[in-house]
Ligand binder design. Structure first.
Ligand SMILES: Nc1nc2c(ncn2[C@@H]2O[C@H](COP(=O)(O)OP(=O)(O)O)[C@@H](O)[C@H]2O)c(=O)[nH]1
Ligand SMILES: Nc1ncnc2c1ncn2[C@@H]1O[C@H](COP(=O)(O)OP(=O)(O)O)[C@@H](O)[C@H]1O
Length: 184
């Protein structure tokens, strides 16, 4: 099997982490852990959910791409991707749409982009609250320009990404299964 990385992108609350975990559990895809200066949420662990960094240590990494999103830095390293590929030929990573565009540009057919969409923005807010984000965190996130940008598939990804509407989870799962089948 050729090395591939399944890039999951979309707005906050659209289900990126859920799909990434499904790909890990169902298909044993290795997760690429990315770096951020955002403080950890209550249930998050360093080295598992992210490598949590400060404004100095963040820049010590060798990034394939990095972005500023809603007031914090996020970046994915070459080493992180290589480490994942050592574990399994299929890896998965969660990125904002800017990161997904860079991944596609740099990795070409090795990067399979899945853009998740949830039409109803009130539903997105409910899902963020449902996973335990407090009202202040949700308000900050939805007022960021990056959140609004990521609600729609960017034109750079049109024709190069799979679009999945993540409303009903069983249907989402079936669509994800079909996408993965194309590469097995
Ligand atoms: N470009 C890029 N985006 C990232 C990286 N790591 C995480 N992200 C994205 O940063 C955004 C904010 O992530 P996070 O703070 O965990 O919030 P969430 O989307 O509400 O779970 C999301 O769109 C993530 O997909 C990275 O290394 N590079
Ligand atoms: N199809 C769905 N229907 C209802 N809730 C969902 C669905 N997909 C994901 N969720 C829930 O929505 C919340 C946000 O999902 P998450 O994967 O954390 O989003 P993201 O990583 O894109 O911010 C989580 O609590 C998750 O369990």
């Amino acid at each position: 099997m050729k090395n591939r990385v399944f890039v999951i992108t979309g707005a906050a609350g659209s289900g990126k982490t859920t799909v990434r975990d499904y790909l890990h559990d169902q298909y044993q895809m290795a997760r690429v852990i990315t770096h951020t200066t955002r403080p950890p949420r209550e249930n998050e662990r360093d080295g598992v959910d992210y490598y949590f960094e400060d404004d100095q240590s963040f820049f010590d990494n060798h990034f394939l791409e990095s972005v500023h999103y809603a007031g914090h830095y996020y970046g994915s390293s070459y080493e992180g991707l290589e480490n994942a590929w050592e574990k399994s030929p299929f890896a998965t990573i969660v990125l904002d749409t800017a990161g997904a565009i860079t991944y596609k540009q740099k990795l070409g057919e090795k990067a399979i982009i899945i853009f998740l969409q949830v039409g109803d923005t009130e539903e997105l807010k409910r899902r963020m609250q449902g996973r335990g984000d407090n009202a202040e965190m949700v308000a900050k996130r939805v007022s960021s320009k990056e959140y609004h940008r990521d609600l729609e598939m960017p034109h750079e990804l049109q024709g190069k990404a799979y679009q999945v509407v993540n409303q009903d989870w069983q249907q989402t799962r079936q669509q994800i299964d079909k996408i993965v089948e194309n590469y097995r």
